[in-house]
Structure formats: structure tokens, C-alpha cells
Design a protein around this ligand. Structure first.
Ligand code: X8Z
Ligand code: ZN
Length: 608
């Protein structure tokens, strides 16, 4: 999702100084509540105007990257940052007032809602920061590699990493893609420096404290929550890692993948080793327990297009009782990669006017990964539309993990029964209980393998922000964590001294916090479990589809309509009945697989 374009998140890039007195002259007496109300009213009015203006410029740039649209984005980005920082500083004036809850919450969101602030006291800082961000984003988006005299953009490489099985070719693609990020390192270091100074001015120790403060609890408490969640799911990851390493060893031999130690990062079917579902055929259970179909093949066979994939997603939401997508969605979205210009291919969902102008931008390929991503993006759009009537400061996810979880939660209901219902498979292709191991393994390769990746992405950044990892150690620190948490290693051994591999993943140059995805992957299973219960489902969780359930739809819509108006535990409770993020649902979902993996691994030397 384009985080900059919803609610206060937009402030991350925005800035407008009209509302703000540059140096916040200290007032003699305590301001009144009426003054605080007026301040918020004016701030929200200005933000609404700026949001639409900024969104349109960002949209044009993301759909048509040129020096000129980069210039525009850089300019408006600096304006947004200044507006955000000034409003946050102004909000401090009301710190000592006993405000009514809604007003207090808005003030808090103003003070903590930015991702990348610049210090207002340093002349030109916001402009420099915005220029760097724009350059990093465009450099990533325009990146491509050359192989055998042919140019491959990232979008194609991403698909090839999932289908090519020759380890030499995989290594070549993997290594070449990481050349794109080499020039980013010094700029990234400067961005951290300015961002930290901005966070300081707002009263935070550094950017990591700012990022962790947006969860309705203290930053240190949130960090502990994340560790707790990771501790819950780690045993399952350890078993999956062990099983997959063994399978790759059998597939490729000791020379390519040893039986012990970390796994070679380019063998896992994904450019960043973040989802491993694409190597399912290599490690599927041997005798019984197979799924019997492949969603990519089915989509191709049935001649799905990007539009048909989107229509299928829309139909799912409609089955829950939600309104169809507006006509403008179909007219204004970007569904496939244009041939003649650079665009930001990393998928995103937008609400341009804060009302009904919702759109996605995606260089869709007809495959299982993008079928999943299509549901993911639509989830953002349905959430945005559901909370559009909230005041602008509340137009956001209950927390950012909620925003990422909506579409994925829906996609958990893409079960064999559902595929038969929409005609992608025939009734007789619905695998029986025997195939549960295969179905679960396939899912675990995407959902469980992802967790340590999502966890380490921001662990790395938090240490970069705190100065524990210095610019000279960016890459070493990155690989130390990739190995520690994911148990993976770069192909070809040592990385070159000038490598900056974090920059080869969209969210680092794009400055999008990544903890949201970790939280999403935990919460989407909580949503699924609660929804299946609501729908009266009694069987295994992975066979449950909530397709067509009005009961679930109604309750889910209500939660989405809340936006960010209440602390996130209220939203979680409204839908699931619990106030804690918790890994027990994901553990319950994969419970039958855990036994299988332990049995398969009993003679293996697990760990790395
Ligand atoms: O970035 C995304 C979405 C846009 S919010 C396509 N995702 C993460 C990624 O691709 O790394 C979805 C899941 C993880
Ligand atoms: Zn998303």
C-alpha cells in the first residue's frame, strides 16, 4: 500500500506551513480546549486538501517516472514533511491539557504518525530528505539487469526466480539484481541521519522509537510484543527450514546445498527468500499428500487476465455483502506493466481523494503469487473505502498490520472448495483429506517462511537507526541477521565490500516500515480463525472458506469502518473477541503439518 497516501501517514511526506508558526512561540497561558479543537479542525482541513494534491502527484510519478515527475514528487514531498513536522510541533502546545479522548487521540496521531520527519530547525533538511527519498525510489523502480544480451526488469526477474531451477542462472539473476542497490548506500546513510534528527526534534530517541510508538503502547513494550510473537512461531519455522534444506539437498546435491548449515538464498523461489511457495513442486510430499493442481497453471489454462483476477477478487468481497468497486477503479487503475515507460511496479493501492477514487497499480503477471497480491491490494482499497467517512486523522488502519492483513485474510479462504465454486477446478479435483499435508506445506512455504524475513527487515533498520549498525557495517549487519533469523546465506559466499543488499528490497529504498507485514501474517490467521467460527465452520482451518458469509462480512465491515479512530485492541476485539495479537491461531492452522515435519526431520541435524 502507498502508506503516504492515507490519513496521517500522508504526513510522512507532506508539509505545508500555512497552519504553523515556524518557531512555536511559547504561549504565556495554557491554551483552551476550544483552541485545541480549532487547531485540529484547521489541521484536518489542510491535510485533506494536501492529501488529494499530493496523491495525484505521487500517482502520476509512480505511473510515469521521468526527471520531471521526480522533480514534482520531490517538491511536494518536502512540503508534506514540513507540514507534518510543523503540525506535530504545534500539537505539543496542548500537551498539558486534559482533552476529550477523540481530540487527544488526534493530537497523538499528529505527533507520532510520521515515518520520516526532517528537522524543521535545519534549513533545507526537508528538501534534501525528499530529494534522497525520490532518488532511492526511482533508482529501485527503474532497476534492471542484463543477461545474455537481454534486459530484464525486476518484474520479470521476480517471476523467473520462481520458475528457473538452474542454480547457476539463479545465482546470476540474484547477484546482478543486487548491483542496482550499490549506489544507494551513502544516500541511505544520509537519509537515516536526517530522519533521526527529525525524530529527535519530535521528542524521540531516533527513528526506531518513532516507528514503534504508533501502536498504542510504549515503544519498548511493542518491541517486546514482537519478540513474544516471534518466539511463538519460531519452532514451526525451524522445522520448515530443516525439511526444506533437506529437500533442496536431495534436489541439487551437496555441492549446491549442503545437508547442514544455512540455505542458499537464491534456491528458495523468490528474489528475497521471503516466500518459498514457488519451490513447492521440488519438496512436495513424495507418496501421498499431494495437492494435484497448481494455481499458476490453472489461471493460465483458464486464460485469466489481470482484469479477470481483479474481478475474481471483487466477487469475493461482494459475496460478503460489500458494494462492488466503482467504475473509476476499472478506468483509472494500472493493471499491467506498460511497454513504453518506467513505472513503479511494486504493487500498491491508493485512495486519491479520500472518498471513492480507489485504485490499484500493479504490473500483474498471471500466476499464483499475483493472484494472492491482487487480493492483498483489493483489501487495502476496501479498507480505505470503509473508513472514508472518518475524520481524516482516523483514515488509516487500526494499526498498520491491520491494513496489510485485510486482503490476505480474504485470500486464506481460497481453498480447494472455493476454487471449485468459481470453476478453476472441477469438483472431482478437490483433493481429499490425504492431501492436507501438501496443502499445508504449500501454505507454510509462503506464510511461515515469511515471518523471520519480516522480523529481521525492521530489526536491521532499528539497529541502523540506533547507530548499532554503522554505514560501514550495513551489509555485514544485514547478512548477520539474514543468517541468524532466516538461516540463509548468499550464493557465492562473501558479498563484495561495496554491496548494499538491503537496498535491493523495495521497502528499504521506499522507506516503508516492514513490521506491519509481520503483524499482518500473525493477525490474518486470527481473523481467519474468528471468521470461520462465526461462519459455523467445524473442520480444519485450512479447509475453511468464508466465501458468501454475510455474517462475517457484516462484522468485518464494521471493524474496517472504525479505521484508526480507536486503539487497535478495540478493533481486534470488535472482530475476533480478543485484544491481543497472538500466534496461537497460526499455530493451530498449521498444527497437522508440524507433526509431519517433525517426523520427516527426525534423522536430520536441524538448525544452522
Ligand atoms: O509490499 C507488499 C504489498 C504492498 S503493501 C505488495 N507486500 C510485502 C512485500 O511484497 O514484500 C505484501 C506482502 C509482503
Ligand atoms: Zn500491502
Amino acid at each position: 500500500m502507498k502508506k503516504l497516501l492515507t490519513g496521517v501517514a500522508l504526513l510522512a511526506l507532506t508539509g505545508c506551513n500555512q497552519l504553523t508558526a515556524p518557531d512555536n512561540p511559547p504561549s504565556e497561558s495554557l491554551p483552551t480546549i476550544a483552541e485545541a479543537e480549532k487547531f485540529i479542525e484547521d489541521a484536518e482541513k489542510k491535510m485533506e486538501e494536501m492529501n488529494e494534491y499530493g496523491s495525484r502527484i505521487f500517482w502520476v510519478n509512480a505511473n510515469f517516472i521521468t526527471d520531471d515527475t521526480d522533480w514534482l514528487v520531490s517538491k511536494v514531498g518536502a512540503e508534506f514533511t514540513k507540514m507534518g513536522v510543523n503540525l506535530a510541533n504545534e500539537a505539543k502546545r496542548y500537551n498539558d491539557l486534559d482533552l476529550p479522548p477523540e481530540l487527544a487521540r488526534k493530537m497523538k496521531i499528529l505527533k507520532m504518525g510520521m515515518t520520516l520527519p526532517a528537522p524543521s530547525k535545519v534549513e533545507g533538511a526537508a528538501e534534501e530528505l525528499s530529494e534522497i527519498s525520490t532518488w532511492l525510489g526511482s533508482t529501485y523502480a527503474k532497476g534492471s539487469i542484463e543477461m545474455d544480451g537481454k534486459v530484464y526488469p525486476r518484474n520479470d526477474l521476480e517471476e523467473m526466480m520462481g520458475t528457473v531451477r538452474d542454480p547457476e542462472v539463479l545465482q546470476e539473476m540474484w547477484t546482478k539484481w543486487r548491483q542496482v542497490s550499490v549506489p544507494m548506500a551513502p544516500k541511505y546513510a544520509r537519509l537515516v541521519e536526517i530522519g533521526n534528527a527529525g525524530a529527535n526534534e519530535l521528542g524521540f530517541a531516533d527513528l526506531s522509537e518513532l516507528w514503534l510508538s504508533g501502536y498504542d503502547m510504549k515503544a519498548s513494550e511493542m518491541a517486546a510484543e514482537v519478540d513474544r510473537l516471534w518466539g511463538q512461531v519460531k519452532p514451526l519455522y525451524d522445522q520448515l527450514h530443516c525439511y526444506v534444506r533437506n529437500g533442496l539437498n536431495e534436489q541439487y546435491g551437496d555441492e549446491v546445498q549442503a545437508k547442514t548449515g544455512p540455505i542458499r538464498a537464491d534456491l528458495l523461489g523468490n528474489m528475497w527468500a521471503q516466500n518459498w511457495g514457488n519451490i513447492y513442486p521440488l519438496i512436495a510430499p513424495k507418496n501421498s499428500g499431494q495437492v494435484g493442481y497448481d494455481v499458476t497453471e490453472l489461471l493460465k489454462e483458464k486464460q485469466y487476465t489481470a482484469i479477470k483476477m481483479a474481478k475474481t477478487g471483487e466477487d469475493f468481497f461482494s459475496s460478503l455483502g460489500m458494494d462492488p468497486l466503482p467504475e473509476t477503479f476499472w478506468k483509472r487503475s494500472l493493471f499491467t506493466k506498460p511497454k513504453d515507460r518506467d513505472v513503479v511496479c511494486h504493487a500498491s493501492a491508493w485512495n486519491i481523494d479520500g472518498k471513492d477514487d480507489i485504485r490499484i497499480k500493479m504490473c500483474t503477471k498471471v500466476n499464483a503469487d499475483d493472484f494472492q497480491t491482487m487480493h492483498h491490494e483489493l483489501g487495502h482499497n476496501y479498507y480505505q473505502r470503509a473508513y472514508k467517512d472518518q475524520p481524516v486523522l482516523f483514515r488509516s488502519g487500526a494499526n498498520d498490520g491491520f491494513h496489510e492483513a485485510i486482503g490476505d485474510f480474504i485470500a486464506l479462504s481460497i481453498t480447494p472448495d472455493y476454487l471449485a465454486k468459481i470453476g478453476l477446478i472441477t469438483e472431482d479435483m478437490i483433493p481429499d483429506a490425504d492431501a492436507d499435508t501438501g496443502l499445508l506445506l504449500n501454505k507454510a512455504l509462503d506464510k511461515i517462511a515469511f515471518l523471520p524475513f519480516a522480523y529481521m527487515m525492521d530489526k536491521w533498520r532499528w539497529q541502523v537507526f540506533s547507530g548499532e549498525i554503522t554505514p560501514e557495517n550495513y551489509n555485514q549487519g544485514w547478512w548477520d541477521m539474514r543468517t541468524k533469523y532466516q538461516g540463509i546465506t548468499p550464493p557465492g559466499g562473501e558479498r563484495p565490500a561495496d554491496a548494499f543488499d538491503p537496498g535491493a528490497k523495495y521497502h528499504i529504498p521506499g522507506n516503508t516500515p516492514y513490521l506491519r507485514y509481520f503483524l499482518s501474517f500473525v493477525m490474518q490467521f486470527q481473523f481467519h480463525q474468528a471468521a470461520c467460527e462465526m461462519a459455523g465452520w467445524e473442520g480444519a482451518l485450512h479447509r475453511c472458506s468464508i466465501y458468501g458469509s454475510d455474517v462475517v462480512g457484516e462484522k468485518f465491515q464494521k471493524m474496517m469502518e472504525m479505521g484508526q479512530s480507536k486503539p487497535w485492541p478495540d478493533a481486534l476485539e470488535a472482530f475476533t473477541g480478543t485484544r491481543q495479537m497472538d500466534g496461537s491461531a497460526i499455530i493451530a492452522y498449521f498444527e497437522p503439518l508440524m507433526g509431519y515435519l517433525e517426523e520427516q526431520n527426525k534423522d536430520n541435524d536441524c538448525g544452522w
